[in-house]
Ligand binder design. Structure first.
Ligand SMILES: Nc1nc2c(ncn2[C@@H]2O[C@H](COP(=O)(O)OP(=O)(O)OP(=O)(O)O)[C@@H](O)[C@H]2O)c(=O)[nH]1
Ligand SMILES: [Mg+2]
Length: 438
């Protein structure tokens, strides 16, 4: 799903995160790339314009640029903006109340009949009995197609063969369903290649008669902006209550998903992600944004890091690195900071490409052992680890209940980190956070 756009964004985000100092000027180029990526994904240009204006306004403030992690903050701003773009007024499909009915509308081949079956299967999982109603009297094989699907789901099915008026079929279906105590009526309607008056009149009269709780527009996500425009047209004839985007598994570029809710003001309620009945899920703007941006759970990671990583401590550490004053106390403190961020394995998995970063993981037990070793040192030893000779080593490790080898490895890692920091210092202020030691 969205392979090309998410790859683009991953590249852009890598660049943004890699920028040491971000200024009003040097952020322009990456932001232009963001704009290009959105347009290439077939996002409506008006939506792109609004999106970029909002991202710029939020990113270029003093507070973001002078923070210690401006790159991450900008990535988060882009993510949040994308979520809000897709997050129109809430309105989940009611799966609790008594009898209700819904109708699916859309152009030919958009996925109405398939989606009717998927919805029925979704309701069934929520212990709701459903009746699938074939009201597409236009296409010859339409009723049979829905009947086959109903059999697969194990749902009730209703139609009147030879009846050409869908309203009559639906009225009879409603009566039968209520008699049988069925709680959900799902009406599959006819499609056309284009928006045509004849179809719109038919659908409007169904809506007027049935008064359904939901009128869901089924849109083929691979058609991008066309889907958005057609949705607007349908909405001018009918009162749509929401959207279902289908074929998100195909070569959908993301444009429809990103623009349709914002442009039409209608909520995307479900997405179809394959041809099978189970390839269907409720729509969550935050998850969709993560998928489009190829972020894995990076947002969760950034939020977690921001809430636990004390900025003041981080700035102090950075100073120490630069002045080469970093001692074992600071080493322990940075380990503790990292530990506060939660189970490290989980954290590392959230970072895209973490596998390529070499030994970054810190065993939580290791931190406990380091803490034990350090607490058995004198203040002088912690500040000037050089004084730790072999007899001191024996004393420290004995006091901590750890081995001399472990103490050696701690000292070695500390020296390595110190050296690394010193080198980084030479490259100027590129280094922004007391990174993960190890
Ligand atoms: N890959 C994929 N294919 C889908 C999805 N939803 C529907 N399809 C396929 O799209 C084609 C058309 O689906 P239908 O459900 O028949 O579409 P329709 O809107 O009922 O079409 P008409 O009845 O002709 O108006 C079928 O081959 C479906 O298998 C989806 O989410 N992913
Ligand atoms: Mg159909």
């Amino acid at each position: 799903m969205f392979d090309s756009i998410s790859e683009r964004f991953q590249g852009i985000f890598k660049d943004i995160r890699g920028m040491g100092k971000i200024t009003d000027k040097n952020i322009q180029e990456p932001l232009r790339e963001v704009r290009k990526a959105l347009l290439e994904a077939d996002v409506n240009y008006k939506v792109v314009k609004k999106f970029m204006a909002s991202v710029k306004e939020k990113s270029l403030g003093e507070k973001v640029l002078t923070s210690i992690t401006p790159g991450q903050k900008i990535v988060k701003i882009i993510y949040d903006e994308m979520v809000s773009l897709m997050d129109q007024e809430k309105g989940e499909i009611d799966i609790k109340s008594g009898f209700s009915s819904l109708m699916l509308v859309g152009l030919q081949g958009s996925g109405k009949t398939t989606t009717a079956g998927k919805l029925s299967s979704y309701f069934k999982k929520n212990d709701l009995s459903t009746m699938l109603v074939a009201a597409d009297t236009k296409r010859l094989a339409a009723r049979q197609q829905l009947k086959t699907i109903a059999d697969q789901v194990g749902s009730d099915f209703f139609t009147i063969e030879d009846e050409v008026n869908p309203v009559l079929i639906i009225n009879a279906a409603k009566e039968t369903a209520q008699k049988k105590g069925i709680r959900r009526l799902i009406v599959d309607t006819a499609g056309r290649l284009h928006v045509e008056n004849e179809l719109m009149e038919e659908l409007a009269s169904i809506q007027k008669n049935l008064i359904p709780d939901e009128v869901l527009f089924v849109a083929d996500a691979t058609t991008g902006q066309d889907a958005v425009n057609i949705c607007k047209e349908f909405n001018s004839f009918l009162t749509l209550s929401g959207i279902i985007l289908t074929k998100m598994d195909g070569d959908a570029r993301g444009g429809a998903a990103m623009s349709i809710a914002y442009t039409t003001g209608k909520t995307i309620k479900f997405v179809g992600i394959g041809e099978k009945l189970g390839d269907f899920e409720p729509f969550y703007p935050d998850r969709m944004a993560s998928r489009i941006l190829g972020m894995g759970d990076i947002v969760g990671l950034v939020e977690k890091a921001q809430s636990t990583f004390d900025e003041k401590t981080a700035i102090k550490m950075e100073e120490k690195f630069r002045k080469n004053e970093f001692d074992l106390n600071d080493f322990l403190q940075s380990l503790r900071q990292i530990k506060k961020m939660g189970p490290l394995e989980g954290l590392l998995k959230m970072i895209p490409g973490a596998a390529n970063m070499g030994k970054l993981s810190i065993d939580e037990k290791e931190i406990l052992h380091v803490e034990a070793l350090m607490s058995s040192m004198t203040m002088e030893e912690r500040m000037k680890p050089d004084v730790i000779d072999s007899s001191r080593k024996k004393r420290i490790s004995h006091g901590a209940g750890r081995s001399v080898q472990e103490l050696n490895s701690l000292l070695k890692r500390f020296l390595m980190m110190k050296k690394m920091m010193k080198n980084m210092g030479k490259f100027g202020k590129k280094f922004k956070m007391p990174a993960f030691p190890g």
